[in-house]
Each structure stands twice: as structure tokens, then as C-alpha cells.
Design a binder for this molecule. Structure first.
Ligand code: AKB
Length: 312
């Protein structure tokens, strides 16, 4: 097994993916990198400071650790991207192209890069949104993810770079807080419930969105990356589905375990972003090509998070 390097290891997905890959392959085989200082849990193996746009430093780390696989997770998400669109575009695109170029030049074994349901837009079919359909995203984050998907497929077809990708729905975990996403309310709500506080939601109560528990996301990502290359038929990015719920549904699920919990609604600019995204996703290609199957629904996820979330 060659060494794995994770870019953006301090993030919500990076934290749990690093933990899981280290448990699987050994702590020294997984190099965590981020522009932010590491939290304690990431110091179980090597950690290196890395700005995702710094190709020179990335090349040095690849040589130093004999890296064969990269998981490039660093990105500016949907809500934060709207505050500074040029910064979001620059970081999301420059970092991806830097990784793809290095993978081509150094003949890396594999690259993982996450896309998102944000590649869809207001003209996309809203229910069971197909793999291939009208896209037209209208956030800078969504535009950068759609452009990124095209680049991934291009590097695979033109240079043979073995790049793999998933269009994540909203990811919900309790080990690290997300930053700057539209679906992040569904993480914050658990923290408020545990703190014994009321929750003020920035989306309308009936805003149905596709979501996934972090354990499913991490397992699915590793499953995709460990699959033999011939099974991976889609080199842009795979649709993946686990569950769909609205704020009122997650509130009811939490309230059944935290009886006094209360919620209020105050939609802001993120409502428009959420309204442009699908309600649910058709993930039949991922199921057929590499056997994707989620394990968590809203109830199971809620019970697990409330039992394990530890407040600082
Ligand atoms: C966001 O809300 O921006 C992300 C996403 C759906 O990609 N969680």
C-alpha cells in the first residue's frame, strides 16, 4: 500500500477520513496536511502544513513521503463562496488543477476529489435528480465543482490520471464542525440540542435536501477509492444518495430524544441556495458500478450523534 496524502485534513470530512484511513493502513501511511493548525486527533500520524494552492510544497511532500495517492478535500463551500466569489473560484480551481497536474507529471496511482450536489441548479429535475441532466449551478461553489468535474474527466481521458469523485449531499458528523456550507444547519442543530439551547434555523422548515451521515460518506469514499479501476465508469463524479429531510424533520427526530428542545425559523440568503438544489438524488450508477449502499437513516444517525457528541 503506497502512502496517502490528505489535503484539507482539518476539515469536517478530512478529520474523519484521516482517522479511518489511518486505522486501515497504519498511522504513518497517511499524511495529514492543512493550512490550519492540527487538532490533537490528527497528530496520531504525520502532519504537515500545506496551502492547497502551493504546488512546490506539495511536490516536496510527495517526494519526502513517497506519496502514491492524494485525497484533495480543501474547498470554499457554498455560503462562504458567495461572500467572496473570486477567492472561492481561485482556491477551488487552482488547488484542483495543481493536484491534477502533479498527478499527471509524477504518475500518481490515484486521486480523490469531492464534488457536490451544488453542481445542480434551478433547472435540474428536483426529485431523484439523474446522474446526467441539466446542471446550470448558480453559486460560485457549484460552478467551481462542475468545472472541476469536467477537468477530472479530462485528465482521466487525456492523461490516464486515475481520478475518482463523489457528488456529496450535505454531510453530517459530530467530530468536527463544518464551515461555510448551506447544509451545515443540520450539524449545528445537534450542538444546540446538546447544549440545552434553542435553535434558530436559517432555512425554512420545509426545505427538503439530500443529506448523508459522515460514517456513510467516509465508508463510501474509501470503497470507491479501493475499487478496481475498470469498475469506475464515471470519471467526472458519482451521484450518491442516503436520506432526504427538511429542518422540521430533523427537529422532530431530535425532539423525540431531547423533549424540551425548540426551534425557530429565520431564512436568510442561504434559502435561495438551498432552493436551487435537488430534494433527492438518483444514485443508481454508484450502486450498479461499485456497490454503494448507505447504512444510516435520520433516526439512526440522530441517536448515534446525540449519544457521542462531546461539547468543548
Ligand atoms: C454546502 O452546503 O455547501 C456543502 C455541500 C452540499 O456541498 N455541504
Amino acid at each position: 500500500m503506497s502512502t496517502i496524502l490528505i489535503i484539507g485534513a482539518c476539515g469536517q470530512l478530512g478529520t474523519e477520513l484521516t482517522e479511518s484511513l489511518r486505522a486501515r493502513h497504519g498511522n504513518d501511511k497517511v499524511i495529514a496536511t492543512d493550512v490550519s493548525a492540527p487538532k490533537e486527533s490528527l497528530l496520531s500520524g504525520p502532519f504537515e502544513h500545506l496551502d492547497a494552492m502551493d504546488g512546490k510544497r506539495l511536490a516536496e511532500l510527495i517526494v519526502k513521503y513517497r506519496v502514491g495517492q492524494i485525497y484533495h478535500l480543501a474547498a470554499v463551500l457554498s455560503a462562504k463562496g458567495e461572500a467572496d466569489p473570486m477567492f472561492a473560484w481561485n482556491l477551488n480551481m487552482t488547488s484542483l488543477l495543481t493536484v491534477l497536474e502533479i498527478a499527471k507529471e509524477r504518475r500518481l496511482e490515484r486521486v480523490y476529489w469531492p464534488s457536490s450536489i451544488a453542481v445542480f441548479g434551478p433547472n435540474s429535475p428536483i426529485n431523484h435528480t439523474p446522474q446526467n441532466t441539466i446542471m446550470n449551478p448558480n453559486t460560485v461553489y457549484g460552478i467551481s465543482k462542475l468545472a472541476g468535474e469536467r477537468w477530472c474527466e479530462y485528465y482521466f481521458l487525456k492523461y490516464g490520471v486515475d481520478v475518482r469523485s463523489i457528488r456529496y449531499p450535505g454531510l453530517i458528523g459530530y467530530k468536527a464542525k463544518p464551515g461555510g456550507g448551506t447544509t451545515d444547519y443540520a450539524v449545528d442543530i445537534y450542538y444546540k440540542a446538546k447544549e440545552g439551547k434553542d435553535f434558530n434555523c436559517f432555512l425554512r422548515e420545509d426545505t427538503l435536501l439530500p443529506m448523508m451521515y459522515m460514517t456513510d460518506a467516509v465508508d463510501g469514499t474509501i470503497q470507491l477509492m479501493e475499487e478496481q479501476s475498470s469498475k469506475i465508469k464515471i470519471r467526472s463524479s458519482y451521484n450518491l444518495h442516503a436520506m432526504s429531510f427538511a429542518p422540521k424533520d430533523i427537529y422532530e427526530a431530535i425532539k423525540s430524544e431531547v423533549p424540551g428542545f425548540s426551534i425557530s425559523y429565520e431564512p436568510d440568503f442561504r434559502q435561495k441556495i438551498a432552493d436551487s438544489w435537488p430534494n433527492s438524488i438518483d444514485d443508481s450508477h454508484a450502486r450498479a458500478d461499485w456497490g454503494w449502499e448507505p447504512k444510516y437513516d435520520l433516526k439512526r444517525m440522530t441517536t448515534e450523534i446525540l449519544a457521542n457528541l462531546i461539547l468543548d
